[in-house]
Design a binder for this molecule. Sequence first.
Ligand SMILES: Nc1ncnc2c1ncn2[C@@H]1O[C@H](COP(=O)(O)OP(=O)(O)OP(=O)(O)O)[C@@H](O)[C@H]1O
Ligand SMILES: [Mg+2]
Length: 267
Amino acid sequence: MKRCRTILITSCKGGVGKSTVTANLGYYLAEAGSRVLLVDCDFSNRCLDLILGAESSGLYDISDVCRGTVPMSVASVADRRSSGLFSVSAPYLDPFSPDDSIPEEESFKAALETAARDMELDYILIDTPGALGKPLELASSVSDTALIVSTHHPTALRAADSSASALYSLGLRNCFLIINEFDAESVLVGNRVGIIEMIEKAVLPTIGIIPFSEEFAIGGEHGQLASDLDCRNVTSAFRNIAARISGNSVPLFKGWKNISRKKLLTR
Ligand SMILES: Nc1ncnc2c1ncn2[C@@H]1O[C@H](COP(=O)(O)OP(=O)(O)OP(=O)(O)O)[C@@H](O)[C@H]1O
Ligand SMILES: [Mg+2]
């Protein structure tokens, strides 16, 4: 039986691109031949279905699977772009007793293990909310790796360090940094430090850099992934991260066009 890896995507800072990274990374892992399930664990603010353009497709959510109402193969929605990509929504939190809507650790673990076996999954990616708390604890209890998303703003990088500390104390040590919304222009004009200095300052090993793209931001509002758009550097960035997660060594800016690698690295 093949081994399924479970990877959580987090940051204790909101709005840095966790859900966007989860959806697009899942797509590019599937594009490379893997079978991937995306699990939305942002119980108070689910949005993966919107980013994937699948908001009216799912009748069930992860809590239905944990309760045993339906198997994951029924609760999950197959992506319209890729035959290897599936997603399952988070339930809406009951505002009067929010914790009741969060699955118990044991049933969550059992649901994911059964799904991995029955759906022959290679990867489960778990999207978490922009805060420490019960959803992150739940996700870390089943994950072997964490991808911590940050922009290159100092406040976001500090939040990434705090997330790593929290994950360490929850027993998850295999943590990597993704720098999202990277603005090459600001580095080239000297407003920001070069990549090498940024990577050296970060506590975590960097697994990838994703450029800022207006087209990608607008596409995300309409259920479009990078693959639906003409965002060459964003696509390359996700392909590179997917390859690194699969154990391949890939140059940092492989496939990026119209950038001065040397200037970006050493500025
Ligand atoms: N590389 C990028 N370039 C441009 N816009 C981006 C990029 N990544 C994410 N965004 C945009 O940033 C916004 C926030 O993204 P997203 O919802 O994925 O963040 P989040 O960290 O999941 O937020 P939350 O903490 O609320 O869950 C969205 O409008 C998204 O389209
Ligand atoms: Mg999110």
